[in-house]
Design a binder for this molecule. Structure first.
Ligand code: FE2
Length: 311
């Protein structure tokens, strides 16, 4: 999708699309534009070099630790190794496989809108890239995390169905909340449901492992885009790895700014699809209305996105 055109008098040339340093993104946000175009000419040689470095050092890690569906997806997408990909090119390979497409965004997408995009087989995709001298840790997503970490998984039909089911869950959450008459009780229940949904997403889509206790591979995008953590997740004795247990996961806090000490593994993407279905059933039964407090904190913007999803 093409966003609004740039003001012809604004010259962004040479300033790049670097995380937290991009005037193009800043101005898009100021104009309230969430869905934007990818102004490809604005990427600097430093931006392309950062992609090249990030991609190059992940290749041996992926070959060792990534699940085969990811590796197949990577081959399908034909991502360039030496320059930031064009979203249009990625979508040309992706869309015929599962209907999914990467959709450029200017920044944070409120929770309901994010899940609603998944339901429509659109993946909100950051277009900025981290600085070349800050390759290791980034608290927010960038195009490497989104395109190289997430999007190859979207070529797998079974994974794609599970992702769409997450989107359906968000709509179910709105329906469940609408049936609670008391506004305070409704906000409390919805906050709890969003927290459960976020925890489920975190321990599967972002940090999931797949296989058996004896042989685990990575399918979570947070791990697939992290040079250090992908190996740590699979091999470190400091990580606890358990078969996926939904009762546990929906009540489990997590911290985003450290290597994850606790991970869960699933058997297959059909298994994941079933688990998201069970989550939805529990939601309808009111079982998610009081999950354990703790991270992630559900902010006002995310809560409002569910309370007033049309806005
Ligand atoms: Fe992510």
């Amino acid at each position: 999708m093409q966003g609004p055109t740039l003001d012809v008098h604004t010259d962004f040339s040479g300033l790049g699309l670097t995380t937290n340093e991009s005037p193009f993104i800043e101005q898009s946000r100021q104009r309230g534009e969430l869905y934007i175009r990818q102004p490809y000419d604005l990427y600097t040689s430093a931006n392309h070099r950062a992609w090249q470095q990030l991609y190059g050092r992940m290749i041996p890690q992926w070959e060792r630790y990534a699940n085969r569906h990811f590796l197949e997806g990577l081959a399908t997408l034909c991502l360039p190794q030496d320059s930031v990909p064009h979203l249009e090119d990625v979508n040309r390979f992706l869309q015929p496989r599962t209907g999914f497409r990467a959709k450029a965004v200017s920044g944070y997408v409120p929770a309901f809108q994010f899940f609603d995009c998944l339901r429509n087989r659109e993946f909100p995709t950051t277009i900025t890239i981290r600085r070349g001298d800050h390759l290791e840790y980034l608290p927010e997503p960038d195009i490497f995390h989104d395109l190289a970490g997430h999007v190859p998984m979207h070529t797998d039909p079974h994974f794609a169905e599970a992702l769409v089911r997450f989107g359906t869950c968000a709509h179910t959450a709105v329906e469940v909340a609408a049936r609670i008459f008391d506004p305070e009780e409704r906000a409390h229940a919805l906050t709890s449901i969003i927290r459960a949904l976020a925890r489920m997403f975190w321990f599967t889509i972002e940090f999931g492992l797949m296989g058996t206790a004896n042989e685990l591979k990575v399918y979570g995008s947070g791990l697939l885009s992290s040079h250090g953590e992908i190996e740590h997740a699979v091999t470190s004795p400091d990580v606890q790895r358990f078969p996926f247990q939904l009762e546990w996961v929906i009540n489990q806090s997590f911290e985003i700014n450290r290597y994850q000490p606790l991970l869960f593994w699933i058997r297959s993407f059909d298994h994941l699809f079933e688990l998201v279905g069970t989550l939805e059933t529990w939601m309808k039964q009111g079982k998610l209305n009081h999950v354990a407090a703790g991270e992630p904190v559900v902010n006002e913007r995310d809560l409002m996105s569910f309370l007033e999803p049309a806005k």
